[in-house]
Design a protein around this ligand. Structure first.
Ligand code: ADP
Ligand code: MG
Length: 341
């Protein structure tokens, strides 16, 4: 008769333990990725929400998408029923707008001032001149740029609250483009909606602008990377953040651009010169809200390597990463957001 040797029993027991451990690890991993995820395409971009799975979550996420889509239309200057279209075609007449858009425009004006004009929502005529948002882009002539520059000045956008009326005046030849704000704005609206539905832990991503709230799963942060401008399909593995709150947004010259005579022309324009700024490949901002991060990433990209750093360091609760062709700068506070410190 052959009895199983002691050794065999040990091996048997060991394998049994491994299976148990395996099950345990598998369950943990499953718990960790037990997220409900939904992705939709609007605003010319991919928008997704990730949130802990539960029976009612789909309804809340659908509601958040509904809110975000509605807001996206309101800000889209190409849509005739949007409030921005209404302002752009107001023909120099003062018109009434809703309070929330009034407050948004006020904020946009504030950031124009704060950024010394690097960020300016009255950039639309310049965006059109370069052909962004249209089928064909081209490098304008110098004189065309010079002609258009006086129209880029949101100091001429007047906002006035009279009694309970929110009034806006835009000179007839000017127009607004909220492209550098819209994604941030709608993400914050999505966040509000999910919180209203009773959720406090989730992730919203609109075309690379991300805001998170709460933990991914108990004890776990959301891990968010920064794209490598040299190879935008990959992320910079040394600079992955672990976030439980706040927003990350990146403005980069690889997002939307065209090439002419071997030169790259991105959709980020300096309102003061009418041309692209070339010192940075990308500017990433961490800020409490998605609106702030979105606005500031554009502003810092335009400010460039030197001014950008000073600007980030001057702002409270704002951190950033600037990337050039051969250098990377991280603000001190940004380093603390990284997984590997
Ligand atoms: P992305 O859309 O790639 O995330 P941004 O958030 O920086 O990039 O927004 C870029 C858009 O904002 C442009 O397509 C244009 O419509 C508008 N824009 C470009 N330059 C400026 C600027 N200096 N200030 C405000 N808006 C800008
Ligand atoms: Mg932006």
């Amino acid at each position: 008769m052959v009895f199983p040797g002691k050794k065999k029993i040990y091996i048997f027991f060991f394998v049994f333990l491994l299976i148990i451990a395996g099950f345990y690890i598998f369950r943990r991993a499953e718990q960790e990725i037990n997220l409900y995820s939904q992705t939709e395409f609007f605003m010319d971009t991919v928008v997704s929400i990730k949130i802990g799975e539960d029976p009612a979550v789909e309804k809340a996420v659908n509601k958040a998408f509904e809110v975000m889509k509605k807001e996206a239309i309101r800000l889209n200057r190409y849509k005739e029923d949007s409030v921005i279209y209404k302002i752009n075609y107001s023909d120099g007449k003062t018109i009434n707008i809703e309070r929330d858009i009034f407050l948004l425009l006020k904020k946009a004006k504030k950031y124009q001032e704060l950024s010394g004009g690097a960020f300016d929502i009255s950039i639309a005529p310049l965006v059109d001149l370069w052909g962004f948002g249209k089928e064909k882009q081209r490098v304008p002539e110098d004189y065309e740029i010079k002609e258009i520059l006086p129209l880029i000045d949101s100091n001429k956008l007047l906002l006035q609250k009279e009694y309970e009326q929110y009034r806006v005046y835009l000179p007839s030849e000017m127009s607004l483009d909220l492209g550098a704000i819209a994604k941030g704005y709608i993400i914050d609206k999505g966040v509000e909606s999910l919180i209203k539905s009773g959720y406090d832990s989730f992730y919203i991503n609109a075309g690379g602008n991300i805001r998170v709230n709460g933990e991914k799963s108990p004890g776990r942060s959301w891990h968010i990377g920064i794209r490598d401008p040299a190879t935008p399909a990959s992320i910079l593995t040394e600079y992955i953040t672990a976030l439980k709150k706040g927003s990350l947004a990146t403005s980069g010259d690889y997002e939307r651009f065209f090439e002419s005579e071997g030169k790259r022309y991105s959709h980020l324009l300096n309102p003061r010169t009418g041309y692209q700024e070339r010192s940075l490949r990308s500017a990433t901002i961490y800020a409490p809200t998605a609106l702030q991060a979105d606005i500031l990433s554009t502003a810092v990209f335009i400010k460039g390597w030197e001014e950008g750093k000073i600007f980030i360091n001057s702002l409270e609760n704002v951190e950033g990463v600037l990337i050039t062709d051969d250098e990377i700068w991280l603000s001190e506070g940004f380093k603390k957001l990284l997984i590997l410190q």
